[in-house]
Write a protein that binds this ligand. Structure first.
Ligand code: SF4
Ligand code: SF4
Ligand code: SF4
Length: 201
């Protein structure tokens, strides 16, 4: 959906795969970006303002990224990490079968999760009958600087936050820096490259 001076896209509502509900974040972001009055503010940089000048934010409920957060200025994807509890594992292998990343190994004394493989997608966390494997910390994975067009590039990792408010603050602070220091005709991703913001990975 295109709002005044920005665009926020999102993936499917109420998807059963969702690791994090994006609806509240969507509302908070809409309010914050509206308050920046970008149509007026960006007139200092672009005349006329074209569609590709407007910042694009993309929300996805899980690392599957169906709404394509990797090619937007700001990509925000939900995550939920698996947590192993003290409840005894009964060795049913349900969690092993559920993990597309083959990150879980079931052994005689319980399971092991390879953190280097795990995407924190949450797929394994609803299948455990013993309560050994449950949902742990959840939040948002942040990516910045993706674009299509003449010089396409994937967004780069910008870390993770746990709250909706932190995600909004990250977008807002980035935009305020761009409004303050972006040069005439300089698009957001080019500004971020000049600021070395995209050297985060
Ligand atoms: S990104 Fe995840 S939560 Fe959103 S529609 Fe795709 S699978 Fe569902
Ligand atoms: S959260 Fe996803 S990737 Fe990580 S172990 Fe569970 S199913 Fe595998
Ligand atoms: S689903 Fe639960 S009980 Fe079954 S192997 Fe995994 S951790 Fe153990």
């Amino acid at each position: 959906m295109q709002q005044s001076g920005f665009q926020i896209e999102h993936c499917r509502s109420n998807c059963p795969k969702s690791a994090r509900d994006w609806h509240n974040l969507y509302e908070l972001l809409s309010t914050k970006l509206t308050s920046l009055n970008l149509v007026e503010t960006l007139k200092d940089k672009f005349n006329p303002i074209m569609y590709h000048h407007l910042p694009k934010v993309c929300l996805a409920g899980c690392p599957n990224g169906c709404s394509q957060p990797n090619i937007k200025d700001f990509g925000i994807s939900g995550y939920v990490t698996p947590q192993i509890t003290a409840a005894p594992c009964i060795g049913c292998n349900a969690c092993v079968r559920s993990c597309l990343e083959m990150a879980i190994t079931c052994q005689a004394d319980g399971i092991i999760i390879d953190k280097n493989r795990c995407l924190s997608c949450g797929d394994c966390q609803g299948v455990c009958p013993s309560g050994t494997l449950i949902a742990g910390e959840s939040g948002w994975t942040l990516r910045v600087g993706g674009r299509v067009g003449r010089h396409p590039q994937f967004a780069k990792s910008a870390g993770q936050v746990q709250t909706d408010e932190e995600a909004v603050a990250w977008v807002s602070q980035t935009m305020l820096g761009y409004i303050e220091d972006g040069r005439p005709e300089e698009r957001l991703t080019h500004f971020l490259e000049r600021q070395k913001t995209l050297n985060l990975e």
